[in-house]
Write a protein that binds this ligand. Sequence first.
Ligand SMILES: *[C@@H]1O[C@H](CO)[C@@H](O)[C@H](O)[C@H]1NC(C)=O
Ligand SMILES: *[C@@H]1O[C@H](CO)[C@@H](O)[C@H](O)[C@H]1NC(C)=O
Ligand SMILES: *[C@@H]1O[C@H](CO)[C@@H](O)[C@H](O)[C@H]1NC(C)=O
Ligand SMILES: *[C@@H]1O[C@H](CO)[C@@H](O)[C@H](O)[C@H]1NC(C)=O
Length: 404
Amino acid sequence: MVLLLCWDPLPAAEAVSGNQDLITDILLRLPVKSLLRFKCVSKQWLSLISDPQFSRLHCSLASAGIILCQTTGLIDHISCGRRNSEPPFTSLSFINDSAGTKILQSCNGLLLCCSSFKLGKSCSYYICNPSTRQYLMLPPPNAEGYDGITTSFGVHLAFDPSKSSHYQVICVRSCSTSSAASNSYQIETSSAASNSYQIETYSSETRNWRLSGSPFSAPFDMVFDNGVLWNGTIHWISPTGASLCFNIDQEHLGAMPSLPSNEKWSKRRLRYFRESGGHLHLIEIYGSSTTQFQVFEMEKDYSRWIPKYQVDLSAIVDAFPEMVRSYIDTHESRFYVFSLLFVQEDEEDSLLLLHIPGKFISYNLRDRTFKEICDFGPNCTKANTSLQIGCVHVYQFIDTLAGV
Ligand SMILES: *[C@@H]1O[C@H](CO)[C@@H](O)[C@H](O)[C@H]1NC(C)=O
Ligand SMILES: *[C@@H]1O[C@H](CO)[C@@H](O)[C@H](O)[C@H]1NC(C)=O
Ligand SMILES: *[C@@H]1O[C@H](CO)[C@@H](O)[C@H](O)[C@H]1NC(C)=O
Ligand SMILES: *[C@@H]1O[C@H](CO)[C@@H](O)[C@H](O)[C@H]1NC(C)=O
């Protein structure tokens, strides 16, 4: 904490404290936790730190980290950057919900959370900033023009502080079939598309929900609670390979270029679909006894999926034989226990974060080296760690002053 020197009665320190630009420059490099404390130092610091412009600059300098969430609620943090390796938060208990809450999505430092399941209690949605421990409970969507009970199939947070200090929440919900019939949007697919949906958008600027676009139909197996925001558009894919996307500004619904073809297999095996550093990634793994697969990336001009990286995990399997399992009935057949947590892509790195029994592995997609990043701790035995594979979720995180 270089800043503490400011209280020394030295001429240099006085020069620093009198120099607004220099102070700003130093404060911009501190974690939010410290900034919240330093608001009490003086009126000048309070107004400086509260300035939206300062908040924007602070966010643009913030280095990204990753939040690890287990189903047990334990939250860990891996810093991927230069600033602040201390976890920005370790629990969401500051949200006052009797059922407890879980993270659904993370977007540039703000989290979309919902109440954990509790019998007899309806689910509430929250937007929160865990760095400032500020949160807001979203009002339920208006469900305008529909008197029945609506179900929400997916909720998505969109926040881009480089464009606006306001965020939006996009909700895909059910709607009455009669209003959908007249102007349905149909995606070409072999599956029946009979469900009717309506998108509603909440804006933090108006503090209200409103209808976005017309009711539409979508393939029955579309996974609306697994949307991926990329370039101002939310993308959804289905296990059978259909896709749908929604441009938030234009309120326009469309389809994505077809998923990479897989002639040899009758069923798709989607394992990963996320965004990182402005790149949209997709991974499918065919066959359980393989350590090889490709990481696809959407072309910048949105024209097609390109095979970006060829992955081979065999060296990891050699180093950690606990990944190998056999089917009980056929001794010949082996399979590998791992889950794909996150593809992290920026100018410096292209990493694949893996969860294998009892360990997290960081695999370098460029030079194919790997390293263990942390242990689960002494209480995890081989007998039960495989159960936890798939129960760990990863969210990108930026320490930000952004308000909810
Ligand atoms: C938490 O919520 C309950 C019920 O809504 C309310 O009675 C209580 O005052 C709240 N507690 C705090 C600390 O806000
Ligand atoms: C990104 O969004 C902008 C604005 O909607 C659009 O003009 C551009 O074509 C999009 N780029 C891609 C790769 O989709
Ligand atoms: C391991 O389990 C013991 C007993 O349940 C508990 O006291 C201890 O805190 C645990 N250690 C860790 C690292 O979770
Ligand atoms: C795994 O097993 C150990 C030892 O039996 C136990 O202490 C621990 O709680 C188990 N962990 C889970 C997540 O079940």
